[in-house]
Design a protein around this ligand. Sequence first.
Ligand SMILES: NC(=O)c1ccc[n+]([C@@H]2O[C@H](COP(=O)([O-])OP(=O)(O)OC[C@H]3O[C@@H](n4cnc5c(N)ncnc54)[C@H](OP(=O)(O)O)[C@@H]3O)[C@@H](O)[C@H]2O)c1
Length: 322
Amino acid sequence: MHAAVVRHFDHPPRYEEFAAQVAHDEHEETVDVVASGLHPRVRSQANGSHYTSTDELPIIPGIDGVGRRADGSLVYFVLPDTAYGAMAEETVIDTRRSIPLPAGADPIRLAAAMNPGMSSWVALHQRVEFATGQSVLVLGATGSAGQLAIQIAKHLGAGPVVAAGRGADGLAALRGLGADDTIDLGAGPELVAHDMAAKAAEVDVVLDYLWGEPAQRAIRPLATKRRDRSRLLSWIQIGAVAGPTISLPSAVLRQANIHFLGSGQGSVTTAGILAALPPLAAEIEKGSFSIDAVTRPLADVESIWNAPRAGPTQRIVLTPSS
Ligand SMILES: NC(=O)c1ccc[n+]([C@@H]2O[C@H](COP(=O)([O-])OP(=O)(O)OC[C@H]3O[C@@H](n4cnc5c(N)ncnc54)[C@H](OP(=O)(O)O)[C@@H]3O)[C@@H](O)[C@H]2O)c1
């Protein structure tokens, strides 16, 4: 079969012939891959920087996708940590980590949206007791996951949703997705601190895709400017696009009832992640969320890998057959 193959962590995957893997037990099954998303998590898998990464090479990247079973039916699958991922003509799935899809399902929308969508779906279902009417700040709202987080929070009954991100065009589009207010993180530090205090100090939940400097700058205004600092503020760390570490003054933890927690592989059980798949897939299929996806042939993976994106939120989906 052909696959995207990583042989060096400092070079994009190449389209090559590669030995097909075989199913080993009753839970494994070989499927033809129909579509697989090029998520940030896949990039970090391919360059060896993800926290689950081993130094094993070669690898085929790709953590999820839509596949066709031998009987012609479609499945959405999430792969276990494996060196033989979804960016191939065939992959071996674990049937316990896959869900059947209806015959008319749109593989591209699902491959594009399930991974970024799961981040907020799981965080709001599994990491906090999210209640109707609660207010949310999405930190890093212009990306695929952030855009879906706005829509998913609203879908789950959120009250005001404040979207913080950078880039005027990307930010302008967020109101159309349900954001009640926006904060431009590209403005100067004083203006950002002012806007955080004025627009986001009363939120109940932060969905944080950035960490690093933007998170560090947002913490103090949120912690100190809320009317009742004993009211719970849940800060859910989901991604670290802006940096892996922050400096956290100890006073913040005394000044406000702020809980820092994370959501991802490890902090959420596999069962918890799997529970999210059917309802989220159903909403994506129903068209409940706006998703910007673009399809590219798997054979062009090497040139696609580092090419600039056409839009701030566009998710590339690789298809072996196009
Ligand atoms: N834990 C989980 O369950 C889970 C699940 C899915 C995703 N994630 C993680 O969530 C993060 C976001 O994923 P994604 O799919 O949304 O990625 P994405 O589509 O690539 O979006 C990233 C966004 O972050 C913006 N950004 C980068 N640096 C920034 C900064 N310093 N300040 C403000 N905005 C900045 C980018 O803007 P520019 O275009 O201007 O650079 C872009 O809009 C990734 O780290 C991903 O691995 C976690």
